[in-house]
Design a binder for this molecule. Sequence first.
Ligand code: SF4
Length: 346
Amino acid sequence: MTDIYSMTRSGLEKWFSERGDNPAKAAILFQWLYQRDLRSFDELPFSDRVKSAMTDSFTMELPETAARVGDEVTEKLLLRLPGGESGDDHVETVLMRQKYGDSVCISTQVGCAMGCAFCQSGRLKKRRSLTAGEMTAQVLKMRRLGAEIHSITVMGIGEPFDNFSAVRDFCEIASDYNGLALGEKHITVSTCGIVPGIMAWSALPHPCSLAVSLHAADNDLRSMLMPINRRYPVGNVIAAAAEFAELHNRRVTLEYVMLSGVNDSPEQAQQLANLIGFSKRFYVNIIPCNGNDSGFIPSTRDRIMAFYDVLKKNGISVTMRREFGGGISAACGQLSSDFSDQKSRL
Ligand code: SF4
């Protein structure tokens, strides 16, 4: 049995064709699944024969909500995924309500193998990668709570390019006009800098937007903060991201979390400007550190402003992310799939 939410429209077209049915049924099925909130195959406007074949071939279940916390702007769900190797797995999904529409941040793996020093999620050993359907389900769960989703960030627990094909299929479902119908520019996949992944993403015909977690412009510091930098040095990451931006005429977001006394000096801002100033397609998103228990201290507002000013003076596009969800551990680097920890917070 295959999870219906893992199927791309082209995969369903193939399934219908192979059975001698009209592949155009795939578009109808997609509309019912993603725009009419289908709850049972019996509701479909297909013959009994087709509906029965679908019931025999596909499952259609969303994960159970194990915990839910939130405030007026942010909501976090802990979802139970049945049947992991050592019992049920749990993943987190975060909804952020913004003026221009709701944004959902999804996880791509249970735990993460990348081990970034500042990241709460990185301390959870990777147990497995999620399927495309498990990613799609995170968005559907939020929609069933009434969210009107305007954008998706693939920035929760896990490294998307360590789970490339499932993330690619999820993005295909999310951007399909018969599916979740979000434009490719409204879906952003954030990598810690896996260069072959960036290049493969670039080679897709219609890739969703790209963000890179940068956090330092020099190799020594970045390798300390993000071990993946030893394999793919920062210069190579920036070169691959610039190539993506040129090829697809997109801007690439560079995420930069401000860690007091570590990466937040004006000199380090200058170093960053020198690294990326060759392209107007980069913009830096400065993120205040949330003060999780990783041992790093949030930069002061003065320090952040001085950093911001240096980038601005160098002609770099820069924004400062409004901090969402710090109070419920839903902010970047604070997601955690430790269920007992969640229960104690609740
Ligand atoms: S920042 Fe992202 S890639 Fe790094 S450990 Fe955390 S979840 Fe993994």
